[in-house]
Design a protein around this ligand. Sequence first.
Ligand SMILES: Nc1ncnc2c1ncn2[C@@H]1O[C@H](COP(=O)(O)OP(=O)(O)OP(=O)(O)O)[C@@H](O)[C@H]1O
Length: 704
Amino acid sequence: MLAEVRTLQDIPRIGDKMSKRFVDHFGSENQALDAILAGDIASISEVEGVGQRYAISLMQDVASRVEGVNVSDFLRTKESMDVYEKLLDLVKEFAHTRYSRDKLHIFFPYPSAKVEKIMKVRESVSYYMETAKLLETDETIVDLLSKTTQLNFKHQCPKVRDRVIITSDQDSYEYARKRFAGLVDVNFARSLSEFIDVSRGFSQVIVVGDDYLSFDLPEDVEPEFFSDMQEIDDFKVIPEKEIVAFSRNLKSLESSIKVIRLLRSRGIDFFDRMDDDKLELLASTLALIDENGDIAHGTDEEVDRVSDAIDKLSSTVSETVRFLNDSLNSCLENSQMTLSGQDMLKVMNGTIELKEMLGKKLHKSYHSIVKECTDRICNELQLERKERLMVDSLFPEEIMHPVEADVDKLNALKQHLKTKSLKRKFNHKREVSRILSSYREIVREMVREVLDFDVGFAIGTFAQEYNLMMPEIVEHTGIGFNGGRNLFLLSRHGDVVPIDYSVGENSLSPRDEASRVVLLSGVNSGGKTSLLELLAQSIILAHMGFPVPAGHMELSLTESMYYFAKSKGTLDAGAFETTLTEFSVVADDSAKFVLADELESITEPGASAKIMAGILEVLTENNSTMSIFVSHLSEQIMENTTCDIRVDGIEASGLDADLNLIVDRSPRYNYIAKSTPELIVERLSKKTEGKEQAFYDKLRSKFQ
Ligand SMILES: Nc1ncnc2c1ncn2[C@@H]1O[C@H](COP(=O)(O)OP(=O)(O)OP(=O)(O)O)[C@@H](O)[C@H]1O
């Protein structure tokens, strides 16, 4: 049943409690619905109490509600579902993000009734196959996509401790406290002196109201006045709030921008909601901040100069003090002082202290050493005039030995530099924040689009890597292909023998041969199971709108597919009954593929040949069904039916020099191939010796 999903409650699995968790996680019901309808399985899995499995089945529920179709509508048996999941695993290897790995689950095979949907996916996948070809040699795209993650806007902006809002108006005070709670201090000043005291504790002071505007304020108090709090934008007071949302997502934003630039440079239209100018403005604004939301080094020479000076101040001063004392020591060691008789008399009668006299004599040398050292500090830290004056006051005028830097003065210089840096950064942050605030919504879409590109690109690269081709959808019931390659074998071995085969009506079927019900006989290890699996893979991929592993393939769409894989071990009576029950449904007249592998193991050979003959007879009655049954009992089955069932065969002609079977992997039409177990026995005999070989020889003689 088709239905729209307008609220979270429209989704069967989401009740009140779960709905609340979704809203908490995504911020609003709309954003939660957005994620669900966009198939964002990765984000949905992160909702409290929702894992990946649950998120996938939730998406499938939504798809079945919106599109009226479910994954199990086409895939009717557990084994067909297994093949589908293994195929998805193969595609996932080409995804570069968790988002796309998860989102690939939204692709599943559709029944023929949904041919429009299949065609829509084919169109999009074909586009991505072209794109993958175009970008085949590009290593950077892979690297950039791998660095892209979903944006997380849930980061809290930490309180800014060096900024204060001061007001003497009660309403403004209440309002500011509410609006900027936890972000900046808000103070109520009853008097000018209180206002000045508070201001001195912060490097950025925002004053609301004009009460103190006309006063001459001390030099170290430099507030910024606003008359109405309500009219100040957030970015003016707390630019960090907007910046943090971007800085914490910087890597992902930057890689997304680079992906867009790269795609556009290759002539691929991408994300046209943001033109080049807007993209470059975003890029250049983001380049101004670092991951902590601070103004990035290299943005402003003055900020860099002051920040470097702050970083190096303590070490430069202590090194210079060491140098100063060393220089003073060696100056003293190399000095001589000659006292005149007059001087001696002054010392003797106490008019002057010897130390004082010493100071006078050394005054020049001391000052020139101190001057050399202050110059050194100023140059090393690239200080400016006012800062230089502060450095001059670090060392005492009077000779002191050993010399020490004045700690209070040093702290004052440091504070001065810090305030300067913070003020300058604050202005930059305001501009950055102002620009970024207009990007908040669109960057969400931008990154989502890049992540969605990775979904399509994974499918395109998967197709490119395995040399897949879009199958031709034909009207008449049939499937036929040249150069078919089983993807599971291919991914394991890297190489397989391509197969040509056809069932039903299509341009690849042998002349006058359009049987839709086929028995596939043949040698052990000849590749029957692999061929059946290749058919299952191709049918599933084709119904997903994906390309298939063949040079050329034609197939008709069906409503469903039944794949019964070979059973492992002997089945008990209960299992026999279950298998028959499963088969009873194939008797309806809908179009379907039925693939069965060695069904004979469900019961003893004589009885199973009869049962299989019966099943095949039923299947021949349906003109829109294609059935391929692998069996070693072809002859017995044919003895039990008069129906026109074709038997094809994969035969081995012997063993090669390395004792491998020489097999033509493509079945011969209308040909009952022998199972030729004697070839396996021969191989075992040739590979062994002694008693073991004698045993195999004994078995071999039975075939002669
Ligand atoms: N097209 C192929 N190209 C290369 N190797 C293949 C191909 N098909 C099958 N093989 C190899 O042969 C092995 C046996 O294939 P498979 O199990 O399909 O044979 P089978 O005919 O079903 O055998 P059995 O009758 O014993 O069940 C595979 O594991 C694979 O290594």
